[in-house]
Design a protein around this ligand. Structure first.
Ligand code: GAR
Length: 195
């Protein structure tokens, strides 16, 4: 089974989707640690309910992004994780974290990249009046939301959509796409380790 670390900042529904996929054997893995940066966020409550170990690295307690990332690397290294999933991590990460997990750091983003990088991708899609949006799972590189895409899924944008309804439709798709993508990435990591 694949040993995963997960990072989350807020609601944690994608984290829970990973746990559910593991429970129903869609994903042959275990999450040895969830790291959150916001104390008492919904993600940490979900971890408690689901029995997944969780630590808080509150970004406000670090002097820089690099210092926060050093703490993340230490935590994940201590747990000997094979890969790390940013499941709604709302902080910019630095080369410190990226270099510690080359091609093994995965992010999910609520748009069809390369469209609508950065903050509020759903709002950006609505403003651009696109007819189709979706979600992307990609490897993290130093440029924000710019790394190689592992998988994408599209959803329609309806003329009746507001931010909430479109977010919900994209998130439901994320909950399917993320576990599948992590399973795929995990196979790649194992193959790479054999060669
Ligand atoms: C997800 O929609 C994810 O794609 C997005 O935050 C949401 C977290 O939801 N991530 C980003 O925007 C990263 N730039 P969740 O906490 O319920 O999983």
């Amino acid at each position: 089974r694949l040993n995963l670390g997960v990072m989350a900042s807020g609601n944690g529904s994608n984290f829970e989707a990973l746990v559910k996929a593991i429970q129903n054997s869609q994903l042959d893995a275990y999450i040895s640690i969830l790291v959150v940066n916001n104390p008492n966020c919904e993600a940490s409550l979900r971890a408690k309910r689901l029995g997944v170990p969780c630590v808080i690295h509150d970004h406000r307690e670090f002097s820089s992004r690099e210092e926060l990332d050093k703490a993340l690397v230490k935590t994940f290294t201590n747990h000997a994780v094979e890969g790390v999933v940013m499941a709604g991590w709302m902080r910019i990460v630095t080369p410190i974290l990226i270099a510690a997990f080359p091609n093994r750091l995965i992010n999910i983003h609520p748009s069809l990249l390369p469209s609508f990088r950065g903050l509020d991708a759903v709002g950006q899609a609505l403003k651009a009046r696109v007819a189709i949006s979706g979600c992307s799972v990609h490897l993290v590189t130093p440029q924000v939301d710019d790394g190689p895409v592992l998988a994408q899924a599209a959803v329609p944008v309806l003329s009746s959509d507001d931010h909430q309804s479109l977010s919900k439709r994209i998130q439901r798709m994320e909950h399917q796409l993320l576990p599948l993508s992590v399973a795929l990435a995990g196979q790649n990591w194992r193959n790479a380790a054999q060669n």
